[in-house]
Design a protein around this ligand. Structure first.
Ligand SMILES: Nc1ncnc2c1ncn2[C@@H]1O[C@H](COP(=O)(O)OP(=O)(O)O)[C@@H](O)[C@H]1O
Ligand SMILES: [Mg+2]
Length: 324
């Protein structure tokens, strides 16, 4: 018989919609049945897993990534991220809000049937390297939707004078192909007072963006990300269903990010008391980069063990690079 822990793990993987894990767990149950001499039960379980695998392959249609064609070429890039929310280290209230978005998205039809609109338009605000872009990827990964990235700055400089027309094309695509649409570096159009000769153009683009956003009643997620909240037009905040503010990690969250990143290595001997202070002032991206440097060092020394000194040195180096 399966143990309570195995059943709990099965249910958890079902809740996470992680089919692969679910089937792997079922095979583990089969293996433990076999070990207890229940050969018939084990064989039946394995046959069920095989059947489930065949079915899921048959129903797994080719991923409907609509590759941008024609006029959209070069305006957006598309990918199918496998990032999950659990890959991220997040301040708990932020995680709760993102999970809420996922829940509402997964119950899209149910909510709409009651005349309710699932949260769909998100504004992510915060300093560089805090996980805004990664969040868009994680939302796409969790919902198994393609991620379309639009870099607004490039759009504006390349299509001076016709940016609004290009934006319209993108919002049309959003209607046609469900996905997560990330308007990255939103600061390029969201600024209150742009400077230089682009002012008129940027104003026009911002107005068009807001108008398109307002009219948009598609099933896609619109995610705008910006590093500069202070310069953002406050009126803009109202147009989004949710504004999520990111910040650099606290020492505790930095520790969690390190443990996460080094999960495949032996980090059990790390002196956290000594390491935590050396993360001060670093972003998640910088902490992760330091972990990767320390991990590479370890591999080059033919070991899987990360030492406190090495990790501290890598973190110090990041800080110097930053101040440099
Ligand atoms: N909250 C986070 N949790 C885990 N890793 C993170 C987080 N934020 C950033 N990272 C790491 O830093 C990299 C860059 O982050 P990114 O999402 O591009 O930052 P932003 O868009 O806010 O500038 C990510 O690919 C990831 O490796
Ligand atoms: Mg980014």
């Amino acid at each position: 018989m399966a143990t309570v822990n195995q059943i709990k793990a099965l249910i958890r993987s079902h809740l996470d919609r992680d089919d692969e894990r679910f089937l792997a767990l079922a095979l583990q149950v089969a293996a433990s049945e076999a070990r207890q001499g229940h050969g018939k039960a084990a064989a039946e379980l394995r046959a069920l897993v095989d059947e489930a695998r065949k079915k899921s392959h048959a129903s797994r249609r080719p991923i409907p990534i609509a590759t941008p064609r024609g006029e959209l070429t070069g305006l957006l890039s598309v990918s199918m991220p496998s990032t999950k929310l659990t890959d991220m280290v997040l301040h708990e209230p932020i995680r709760a809000r993102l999970e809420r978005v996922l829940r509402e998205q997964r119950a899209f039809d149910k909510l709409q049937a009651h005349g309710l609109d699932p949260a769909r338009k998100l504004l992510l605000v915060g300093p560089p390297g805090t996980g805004k872009t990664m969040t868009a990827a994680a939302l796409a990964g969790e919902l198994r939707l393609p991620l379309y990235v639009i870099v607004l700055h490039a759009l504006i400089t390349r299509f001076m004078g016709e940016t609004a027309a290009k934006l319209r094309l993108i919002f049309d695509a959003l209607q046609e192909h469900r996905g997560v649409y990330l308007f990255d570096e939103f600061d390029a159009i969201g600024t209150e007072r742009a400077s230089g000769s682009d002012v008129g153009e940027i104003r026009r683009v911002l107005n068009s963006f807001l108008q398109f956003l307002e009219q948009d009643d598609s099933r896609s997620l619109v995610v705008a990300a910006t590093n500069h909240p202070s310069t953002l037009d406050r009126a803009l905040f109202r147009r989004f269903d949710m504004v999520v503010e990111y910040s650099a990690p606290t020492e505790a969250l930095a520790q969690a990010a390190i443990a996460n990143r080094l999960a495949a290595f032996d980090a059990s001997g790390l002196d956290w008391e000594a390491i935590r202070p050396t993360t001060a002032g670093l972003s998640y991206a910088e902490v992760v980069a330091a972990c990767d440097a320390a991990a590479k060092d370890a591999v080059l020394r033919d070991t899987m063990t990360i030492t406190t000194e090495q990790l501290q040195a890598a973190l110090e180096e990041r800080r110097h690079a930053k101040q440099g």
